[in-house]
Design a protein around this ligand. Structure first.
Ligand SMILES: NC(=O)c1ccc[n+]([C@@H]2O[C@H](COP(=O)([O-])OP(=O)(O)OC[C@H]3O[C@@H](n4cnc5c(N)ncnc54)[C@H](OP(=O)(O)O)[C@@H]3O)[C@@H](O)[C@H]2O)c1
Length: 323
C-alpha cells in the first residue's frame, strides 16, 4: 500500500509540484485577486522569515504596506533579513523577534508577551519548518522536529488567538507540505518516537498533523480563517540541506522561492480567500484534496480528537513549566 501511495505521490508531484506545475496552474490565477489591496494598519507575523518562502512572504507583505513581524531563530540571519526587507520594501514597520521554535518554553513566552503587549495582529503565518535527521529530545521530552513543526504551531496559534480574533479579518496560515499526503495521522505516537528515527517520515507526519490541526481549529475557532498550503517543490536551503539526493535529482525542475510563496501571499492578502470555507488545504490558490485516491490515509474522528487533546495537554505542560 505504501509503495502504491508513494508512487501516486511522485507522479502527482512531478505533474503539479514542479516549476512546470506552477506555470500551468498560474494560467488560471485571477489577477484581480491581488489588485488594489490596502493593508496599511494590518499586522502580519511570519515565522522562519529570514530565508526561502518566509522571507519572500515577509518582503511582499512589507512592500504592500503592512506591519511585519519576523520570527527567526538566528540573530545574525534575522538581522540581515530585517535590513534587506526594510531596504527593499522601503517600509520601516518591520520588526525582528529572535525565537527558537524548537524551544517550547521560549515560544510560549514570546507569544504570551506579544499578546500581552496588545499590539494588533491580523495574520499569523506558521512558515518555519525543519527536517532534522537525528533524534534529539529536550528536557520536557519534546523531539526537535515535532517541537518545531507541530507544537510551536499550536503554542503560537492558541496563545496569539485572543489577539488575532480582535482583527476584522483574522487569518492563520500554516505552510504544510504535499509530503503529508503519504501519511495517515498517527494519534498514538504523535511525536514519532517509536522505532528508529526517520526524519523524512517524521516531517511528513508533522505536515499531516498541521493539516488536521488547521481543520480542527476551523471548528474550534469560528470567525478566524484558517488554511494550510503546499508551496510545491521550491529551491530553498531546507530542500538543499535536508534532502540532498532529492535536490540533486530535481534541481532543474524546482520552483523559485517566489513561486513557492505565491499561495501564502494570496492567502494572506486576497479578499477572495474570505469566501472559501475555513480549514482548507491549498495548492496554487485552490483548495485541494487532503488525501490521495485509494490511499487509506483518512483518520477517524476519535484519532483527531485524541491528537488535539494530546497537544492541548502539551501546551499546559509547557505553560506550567514556565510559570
Ligand atoms: N521548499 C520546498 O520545496 C517546501 C516544500 C514543502 C514544504 N515546505 C515548507 O516551507 C516552509 C519554509 O521552508 P523553506 O523551503 O522556505 O526553507 P528555508 O528557506 O530553509 O526556510 C525555513 C525557515 O524556517 C526556519 N526555522 C527552522 N527551524 C527553526 C526553529 N527552530 N526556530 C525558528 N525558525 C526555524 C529557518 O531558520 P534558519 O535560517 O535559522 O534555519 C528558515 O528561516 C517549511 O515549513 C517547509 O517545511 C517547503
Amino acid at each position: 500500500m505504501n509503495f502504491i501511495r508513494n508512487s501516486v505521490f511522485i507522479v502527482k508531484g512531478l505533474q503539479e509540484f514542479t516549476r512546470n506545475g506552477f506555470e500551468k496552474a498560474s494560467k488560471n490565477f485571477n489577477a484581480a485577486d491581488l489588485e488594489n489591496i490596502s493593508i496599511n494598519g494590518r499586522s502580519y507575523m511570519i515565522t522562519g522569515s529570514n530565508s526561502g518562502i518566509g522571507k519572500v512572504v515577509a518582503t511582499e507583505l512589507a512592500k504592500a504596506g503592512g506591519t511585519v513581524h519576523l520570527v527567526c531563530r538566528n540573530p545574525e540571519r534575522g538581522e540581515a533579513a530585517l535590513n534587506e526587507i526594510k531596504e527593499e520594501s522601503k517600509n520601516n514597520s518591520v520588526f525582528l523577534h529572535v525565537v527558537d521554535l524548537a524551544k517550547p518554553r521560549d515560544v510560549y513566552k514570546f507569544a504570551h508577551d506579544f499578546a500581552e503587549k496588545g499590539e494588533g495582529l491580523d495574520v499569523l503565518v506558521n512558515n518555519a519548518g525543519c527536517m532534522v535527521h537525528q533524534r534529539n529530545l529536550d528536557d520536557l521530552g519534546f523531539e526537535t522536529n515535532f517541537a518545531t513543526n507541530t507544537l510551536a504551531v499550536h503554542l503560537l496559534t492558541e496563545t496569539l488567538l485572543p489577539l488575532i480574533r480582535k482583527s476584522s479579518d483574522p487569518r492563520v496560515i500554516t505552510v504544510s507540505s504535499g509530503g503529508m499526503l503519504t501519511q495517515k495521522l498517527n494519534a498514538v505516537d504523535i511525536q514519532s518516537l517509536k522505532g528508529s528515527h526517520d526524519g523524512t517520515s517524521s516531517y511528513a507526519q508533522q505536515k499531516r498533523q498541521q493539516v488536521v490541526l488547521s481543520e480542527l481549529y476551523a471548528v474550534r475557532h469560528p470567525g478566524v480563517h484558517f488554511s494550510t498550503m503546499h508551496p510545491g517543490w521550491a529551491d530553498t536551503p531546507a530542500v538543499r540541506d535536508a534532502m540532498p539526493s532529492f535536490y540533486e535529482k530535481m534541481k532543474n525542475k524546482l520552483r523559485s522561492p517566489e513561486e513557492g510563496a505565491d499561495t501564502v501571499i494570496w492567502l494572506a492578502l486576497s479578499p477572495a480567500v474570505r469566501s472559501i470555507e475555513s480549514g482548507k488545504f491549498f495548492l496554487d490558490r485552490q483548495p485541494v484534496a487532503t488525501h490521495l485516491p485509494l490511499s487509506r490515509t483518512q483518520e477517524s474522528d476519535t484519532d483527531r480528537q485524541s491528537f488535539i487533546a494530546a497537544l492541548d495537554e502539551m501546551l499546559q505542560k509547557v505553560k506550567q513549566s514556565v510559570a
